[in-house]
Design a protein around this ligand. Structure first.
Ligand SMILES: Cc1cc2nc3c(=O)[nH]c(=O)nc-3n(C[C@H](O)[C@H](O)[C@H](O)COP(=O)(O)OP(=O)(O)OC[C@H]3O[C@@H](n4cnc5c(N)ncnc54)[C@H](O)[C@@H]3O)c2cc1C
Length: 354
């Protein structure tokens, strides 16, 4: 049986981000690391986007970044400036390639498909394999996106659309999200927040076809890439465990109201790297509890008033743009929190707290 100092279970975003962070800060010198990952090959499988509220290791994997965006309903469009914290999109294919190229130079890193031949009793284990259960009442963000190519210039690639609520809501929370990478190339995504029980809202291909032809007026285009996802908007239970440290989505790095996870994973990796020598005795890295508290109330409001989503997000962005972005990226201070909270429909929120 082989033994390793560190074991990372799951070589996805969190597992590889952590291995990379440890490697570039020389924390794997004289240490052995096993990365356990069942996939046969790495290729682009996701598009990770976020407002760049702090610097990270992957600027060279950015496919496109924007300094302006819109949110809209059928009747109203809000234009929002994000120059201070541009919105970046990372191509997961470039991300995997960059990390694996670096890690392969270290001969003390081993890649295994499963943990069968490992004696892990003396290892520090970082586990990123999610075990989320579909329980009654839990909400998920679920979506499907296609990257399309048009044969004529069509998009304004200077500005992206964060949320377009001018679409069929079907008594749920539903919006479209469009990232124009160039004038002829964009990711168009249909996004829902629901308990996943209604199969009828999973006709994603029809929703996208309909949106492209009837809303964007695109009749002819090629699909170059497709992604689907379900992001749990609740926490995995039993995060505390003496045997392993959970990381990534499994380790509570998803912001519950938005599904944003990528930058939180980078902060978690940094925290683990800074504390690696005493990682079992330090506190777990967590998203500030105030956001979980506020997000859970927001999700309850949405569950009981699904038509309020557009209204609530418009109100969030009635704050100064930077305040709203800081709040949604878990970087807001007390006064910014207050600014956002005071914009919310008070009775609806109070009803859910009581
Ligand atoms: C399609 C999609 C788009 C997203 N877009 C964004 C975004 O724009 N912005 C954002 O902030 N967040 C986004 N997210 C959320 C989040 O950033 C991603 O889910 C991110 O990949 C989470 O990283 P992770 O390492 O926790 O999980 P993953 O990246 O899924 O990694 C888990 C790894 O575990 C492996 N694995 C599975 N079973 C086993 C097993 N039994 N043993 C060992 N390994 C196993 C998997 O193959 C996988 O490689 C998106 C999620 C999805 C699904």
């Amino acid at each position: 049986m082989r033994e390793f100092d560190y074991i990372i279970v799951g070589g996805g975003c969190a597992g590889l981000s952590l291995a990379y962070e440890l490697e570039i800060h020389d924390k794997l010198k004289n240490k052995t690391l096993a990365i356990i990952e069942p996939r046969d090959e790495y290729k682009r499988d996701k598009t990770w986007s976020f407002w760049k509220v702090f610097s990270h290791n992957f600027d060279d994997c950015v496919k496109k970044s924007w300094t302006n965006f819109t949110i809209n309903t059928a009747n109203e469009t809000k234009y929002i400036d994000c120059k201070q914290t541009p919105y970046q999109t990372i191509d997961s294919g470039m991300f995997y390639e960059k990390i694996l190229t670096k890690l392969r130079l270290n001969k003390n890193i081993y890649y295994l498909k499963n943990a069968d031949e490992i004696n892990n009793s003396n290892s520090i284990i970082f586990n990123s394999v999610p075990k989320f259960e579909k329980k009654r009442g839990n909400l998920w963000q679920h979506f499907c996106g296609v990257e399309i190519e048009t044969d004529k210039d069509f998009f304004d690639d200077e500005i992206f659309n964060l949320m377009d609520f001018a679409c069929d809501q079907r008594n749920k929370v539903h919006f479209f999200y469009t990232l124009p990478f160039s004038k002829r190339n964009a990711l168009v995504e249909t996004t829902w927040i629901s308990d996943l029980n209604d199969e009828r809202i999973k006709d994603y291909d029809d929703q996208i076809d309909n949106y492209l032809s009837n809303h964007l007026n695109i009749r002819d285009c090629k699909i170059n890439f497709k992604e689907t996802g379900t992001i749990p908007l609740f926490r995995q239970e039993n995060l505390k465990n003496n045997k392993e440290i959970f990381i990534g989505s499994a380790g509570g790095m998803t912001r519950l109201s938005t599904g944003y996870t990528f930058l939180n994973i980078q902060e978690q990796s940094k925290y683990i790297r800074e504390n690696i020598e005493r990682i079992k005795s330090v506190n777990l890295y967590q998203i500030d509890k105030k956001y979980d508290f506020l997000d859970k109330i927001l999700l309850k409001v949405l569950k009981n008033n699904s038509s309020e989503m557009s209204n609530i997000f418009f109100k969030v962005f009635n704050s100064s743009p930077q305040t709203a972005i800081n709040f949604l990226s878990n970087k807001s201070n007390f006064f910014e929190d207050l600014e956002v909270i005071l914009k919310m429909p008070k009775w609806k929120f109070l009803k859910e707290i009581i």
